[in-house]
Design a protein around this ligand. Structure first.
Ligand code: ZN
Length: 491
């Protein structure tokens, strides 16, 4: 039984879907006005693991991850202009060209990280009509008001009937004490009120007609609207980064309760944040590292490039609810660990079965399932796989023997957990190239190994040393083992 930590109830709960055999899951996706960075990788990978595991357990999963592409409320500090609109104006592009450009790059990064595409990837800009209808419902229920062409959610009124702040554990009085006073010019009744519809300033490029003004919807609204549209009035899981818990998810809850009178989401899940050298990632620290910079090694904080699989492995080495501190040294350690794991995997493929096993293998699969069921404890799964690697290496070095059945069990273990569930690509991820090319390359190196073996057998040391030394100079690591010769390219 899968247990997941529900941010709303603050306990680990057994996961029971609303509908037998089916799961609806919504995750807040990227805002597409810039390249994806490490902070985007963590929620994408966390919920990719959940998506994979639920499907592995036999559920039919509808996974919705939205694209934020309209005037969300995080405006550019200098001009107050929407960031997508600003970029479009500066670069003389259609706003949708900017969106598509960054969305393509986001998809490329996600593909590199082996994050599976969601079932539906709805754009906020494609759901303006639905968002307007949603605002009407909140207005009818009396929890919103119109002010100079904009519509605001009435937090104080809502809080009289419901609890605003129940997800993040805040209450309205504390929130008010830390919020600036209204300056009298403000359209809002209360500083905590948030926009459902915003009247567009004349220079604002992306705007749509509505009963209230030519404008654009508030950011929080798109998730309430698209969640309901694709997953229904109630659905199983809503996820996102912890930084979205307040105000974004809190406002989503308020909107859906105001519009429909009840909660929408059964399990709220939040991944923790990645810090960089102990500091929050942020503009003021100038420490955003884009995924592409990681892949190319082009950032002052990086000593070299890191393959997407190293980034993925690095993130999975921590349980999703704990913080992860990034540093170049930590990535180097992750790279080393991943190579060790892949080495074990490759040795496993080459193991020659014995008549029977000389040791009894622990039930690794049971332990890995137990770890996954415990709120997706990926570091525990990785620890179990490393334990299994010890047996593989011993068998490969001739210290123990393993039967064909045990070798098959280990192969199934790695295929299920390393490849299918953790989503680690086994082939060299930096330079996948095409398979035929790689096969030919590997065949040629294996041929050299055979020539060297024959030379050694004939005591032709000149030839065997020549092959070894020239390969070493090319960056190959050639090792003689009991079962033959092993080679790899040094990282
Ligand atoms: Zn959202």
């Amino acid at each position: 039984m899968l247990y997941i930590y529900n941010t709303l109830s603050r306990i680990k709960q057994p996961f029971k879907p609303l509908h037998e055999g089916r799961v609806g899951m919504y995750v807040c996706g990227p805002t597409v006005y810039g390249d994806a960075h490490l902070g985007h990788a963590r929620p994408a990978i966390t919920f990719d693991i959940l998506f994979r595991y639920l499907q592995h357990k036999g559920y039919k999963v509808r996974y919705v991850r939205n694209i934020t592409d309209v005037g969300h409320l995080e405006h550019d500090a200098d001009s107050g202009e929407d960031k997508i609109a600003k970029k479009a104006r500066l670069e003389q592009l259609e706003p949708m060209e900017v969106v598509q450009y960054y969305l393509n790059r986001y998809h490329h990064d996600m593909e590199a990280l082996n994050v599976l595409p969601p079932s539906i990837e709805p754009h906020a800009s494609g759901h303006i009509i639905e968002q307007i209808e949603y605002i009407k419902k909140i207005l009818e229920a009396g929890y919103a008001y119109e002010s100079q062409g904009s519509v605001y959610f009435d937090v104080a009124k809502y809080n009289k009937d419901h609890h605003y702040g129940k997800l993040s554990g805040r209450n309205i009085d504390d929130l008010l004490s830390t919020t600036r006073e209204l300056d009298g010019q403000d359209e809002k009744r209360n500083p905590l009120d948030f926009a459902l519809w915003k009247k567009a300033a004349p220079e604002h490029i992306m705007h749509w007609p509505s009963p209230w003004s030519e404008g654009f919807p508030g950011w929080h609204l798109e998730c309430s609207t698209m969640g309901e549209k694709y997953l229904g009035e109630e659905f199983d899981i809503h996820g996102g980064g912890m930084d979205l818990m307040f105000p974004h998810h809190e406002c989503e809850i308020a909107q859906s309760v105001a519009a429909k009178g009840h909660d929408t989401v059964h399990y709220w899940m939040h991944n923790n944040m990645i810090t960089i050298a102990g500091k929050k990632m942020g503009k003021s620290y100038n420490n955003f590292i884009t995924l592409e910079q990681f892949f190319k090694g082009e950032h002052p904080l990086l000593t070299r490039p890191y393959s997407p699989m190293v980034i993925r492995f690095f993130i999975l080495q921590a349980q999703y609810r704990s913080t992860v501190d990034f540093s170049d040294a930590a990535l180097q350690a992750a790279d080393k660990a991943l190579q060790k794991m892949l080495d074990g995997y490759r040795r496993l493929q080459a193991l020659v079965p014995a008549e029977k096993s000389s040791v009894e293998l622990p039930d690794f699969a049971a332990k890995c399932y137990e770890a996954m069921d415990d709120d997706l404890n990926t570091p525990m799964v990785i620890a179990e796989l490393f334990d299994a690697c010890k047996y593989i290496n011993q068998a490969s070095d001739g210290q123990i023997t393993l039967s064909a059945a045990d070798i098959d069990k280990l192969k199934a273990l790695f295929n299920t957990f390393l490849i299918d569930l953790l989503g680690i690509r086994v082939e060299s991820s930096a330079a996948d190239g095409n398979n035929a090319e790689r096969k030919a390359f590997e065949g040629a190196v294996d041929l050299l190994m055979d020539v060297r073996k024959n030379a050694k057998a004939a005591k032709d040391w000149t030839t065997s040393d020549l092959i070894r030394d020239r390969l070493a100079a090319l960056g190959f690591d050639v090792k003689d083992t009991k079962s033959g010769v092993e080679w790899k390219i040094k990282s």
